[in-house]
Design a protein around this ligand. Structure first.
Ligand code: C2E
Ligand code: MG
Ligand code: MG
Ligand code: MG
Length: 291
């Protein structure tokens, strides 16, 4: 058992390799049961159109309330689940929830889109687009209201398989976005060959913009590159007004981050949306989410 000194001088606990493997093994074996028993929830983080505050949609972000380990970050369990076939069940679960939300909003006169994160496995699965099409039909949702976010590395893992899947998804009318853009090494040159509509600047650059001139330069070049390729540009990790103002000056299209809201449970997102809608549109919300 290893230990190190924490900030307060307390010896921090660092798990051993055996404990890490045990925990991963448990997460894999418990995941399906967790999905079925309601331990896995989908939270929503709003996106707004710049330069204003108009809400255009939300990103669906998964959460696991584990009975033993507490609230687990998707950065811990998604990669573990991704290493197994179980990620198909996760994507399907999140997609179903997203389509129910979109449908529900439409019935209340709100045209909001939801972004769902895809895994490298979904991109390698040639049956995936057909299952997505079937889900749209079943829910009666226009495909243009759904965005799939995928990272460059998940596409590059096996481009011969993933590119045809992406083209078929796009042919359905789904919006495709490159997530965490700027972190992969192939970035700039490769972007123009990807069949995508949107590029999402990685939050590390957006977070660093206020203190690091090179982060600022990276953000500016991604906005310019995106626009020159006729892509819509989204910034994630917008935490303060100065980042927002910079992004507005650069002409970035959409912002997502703690400044607008943290990811919220479905219920809290609904109240947040409701409060926003009634404050900004006291006589009803005819234009909310309209483009
Ligand atoms: P991502 O898709 O890049 O999602 C953005 C992450 O940034 C989220 O972390 C979000 O909570 C966080 N974030 C948003 N605004 C801010 C901000 O202003 N400041 C800071 N510091 N962080 C912000 P989260 O929810 O922990 O998700 C982490 C990653 O897990 C996601 O990164 C995504 O890659 C993955 N993930 C989440 N849900 C799913 C899912 O349903 N399926 C798959 N395959 N992956 C998922
Ligand atoms: Mg994402
Ligand atoms: Mg991201
Ligand atoms: Mg990420």
């Amino acid at each position: 058992r290893a230990a190190r000194n924490g900030e307060d001088g307390v010896r921090g606990y660092v798990p051993s390799m055996g404990q890490i493997f045990l925990r991963r093994f448990q997460l894999v074996t418990q995941f399906r049961q967790a999905l079925e028993s309601g331990q896995i929830e989908v939270h929503y983080q709003p996106k707004v159109a710049l330069p204003g505050k108009r809400i255009v949609g939300a990103e669906a972000l998964v959460r696991w309330s584990h009975p033993e380990y507490g609230r687990l970050s998707p950065d811990e369990f998604v990669p573990v689940v991704e290493a197994t076939g179980l990620v198909d069940a996760l994507t399907e679960f999140v997609l179903e929830r997203a389509l129910v939300r979109i449908r529900d909003w439409l019935e209340r006169g709100l045209r909001l889109s939801v972004a769902v994160n895809l895994s490298v496995r979904n991109l390698a699965d040639e049956t995936f687009p057909e299952r997505v099409r079937e889900a749209f039909d079943r829910h009666g949702v226009p495909p243009g209201l759904l965005t799939f976010e995928l990272t460059e590395s998940s596409v590059m893992a096996d481009p011969d398989r993933s590119l045809p899947v992406l083209r078929r998804l796009r042919a359905l009318g789904v919006v495709l976005a490159v997530d965490d853009f700027g972190t992969g090494y192939s970035s700039l040159a490769y972007l123009r060959q990807l069949p995508v509509d949107e590029v999402k600047i990685d939050k590390s650059f957006v977070l660093g913009m206020g203190t690091d001139l090179s982060d600022m330069a990276v953000v500016r070049s991604i906005v310019e590159l995106g626009h020159s390729l006729e892509l819509s540009v989204v910034a994630e990790g917008v935490e303060d007004d100065s980042a927002r103002d910079q992004l507005v000056r650069m002409g970035c299209d959409t912002a997502q981050g703690y400044l607008i809201s943290r990811p919220l449970s479905e219920e809290r997102f609904e109240s947040w949306l409701w409060a926003r809608t009634t404050r900004e549109y006291p006589k009803g919300a005819p234009e909310l989410g309209e483009t």
